[in-house]
Design a protein around this ligand. Sequence first.
Ligand SMILES: Nc1nc2c(ncn2[C@@H]2O[C@H](COP(=O)(O)OP(=O)(O)OP(=O)(O)O)[C@@H](O)[C@H]2O)c(=O)[nH]1
Ligand SMILES: [Mg+2]
Length: 461
Amino acid sequence: MDNGKQINRPEDTIAAVATAPGQGGIGIIRISGPNAECILQKIFSPAAHSGETEPVRMESHKMMYGRILNREEVLDECMAVLMRAPSSYTREDVAEIQSHGGTQVLNRILDLCLMNGARLAEAGEFTRRAFLNGRIDLSRAEAVMNLISARGEQERRAAVRQMTGGTADFIRKAADDLYQLQAGLAACIDYPEEISDEEGAGALRTGLEKLIDELQGAVDERSSHLIHDGMHVTLFGIPNAGKSSILNAMVGQDKAIVTEIPGTTRDTVEGEIMLGGIRVYLTDTAGMRETEDPIERIGVERSERALRNADIAMLVLDGSKPLGEEEKEWLQQLQATDAILINKSDLPQVTTAQKVSAIRPDVRCLTVSALDTGSVQLIRDFLRESAEVGDQLVLTQPRHLEAVKRAVNCLKDAIRTLDTMTPDMAATDLQAAQNALSEITGDRVEEKLLDAVFSGFCVGK
Ligand SMILES: Nc1nc2c(ncn2[C@@H]2O[C@H](COP(=O)(O)OP(=O)(O)OP(=O)(O)O)[C@@H](O)[C@H]2O)c(=O)[nH]1
Ligand SMILES: [Mg+2]
């Protein structure tokens, strides 16, 4: 089967089950394309027209009650609606059948659609048609998918902002500003007697710097990462400091085994919590120490790997014991965004926050006890603060950030060109920046990129 060719045939009528697989109260079958109405006429018999011998022209956008018939056999009682082009999701004729939500029922109805001339839709093909027919730009199409797959409130919010046009408006405005600069440059090249190279280059440089600032201001990679990937927090420290106890207290479950024997945790153990609408993955690790035990050594290697992948490393210290040499070294290696947990505050304190802060005054230090719920709240508050993302973000999709960064680099190249060569040499850089921006909205986009974007969609959307 040649997917590429099939996907680009607007004369095809496509059909798919639009609801999630499994059992549900209702399920929806969606049909889109030139034969959508004809297929619905063939398989659906509206109750209101039950006495008619000839098919009655259906009213658009009106929900009808009736039966799905395979010749004489009733497959289900259902609701159906026809949405004539262009007032539909794909801007084509669309029919939707709401049947009972069993897999068997839905598959039989879908088969009936296929027998009557529809072809099975590819992943994301309905939305791809909406894009190709100009109903939504590419950034909105992607937002639809993000909304469906959102696993946290912030991800949902970012998807809605993108879907309602925040991203497209911002990018189109930047593209317009860039067109103005390109036009200014063209005037400078075409009328050298009226605009000197210095004048032209000066105006262009000012405009480019402003545009670079605006684009860079919209690139917030940290927030994008938190929204899409969640925040990864790794608890590490010497054996017996109380890392597993803290993980268990944070997730409210006995995920990791806790004993008084140092070296209890051998493998990394992960727990997931939601904070401020961001998914937070907490990883408990094997206590780090020199060891001859081959199993424990593998555990320590895994701890080190988890640390490398962490957004926040949390060094857990046992407050009832003095700081070890290794711990002093780790304290030095922490980043300012990491944290130190001085655990076992219910016991007499030997290692205090004061002592630790004298070594690393820039790193947040929390005095806690895994046995106390107030401490859990303290850690949650710290993590929630760390997971905060802007509410006005216009770019969160990694693909968009990458394209904007590429555009910014081209604009910077253009400035460098202006500094060393005549203004006309900068035209190529400006066009490359324009192309990068138009990939986001899909105003200029290659088939390969579309395939990559839509292949991540689910069938039926
Ligand atoms: N009093 C007190 N005991 C604690 C606290 N946290 C942990 N413990 C005890 O300390 C011992 C070690 O706790 P764990 O959570 O297994 O320590 P760990 O850092 O995961 O140890 P490893 O897996 O060996 O690296 C257990 O006996 C816990 O009950 C605390 O806040 N107060
Ligand atoms: Mg442990």
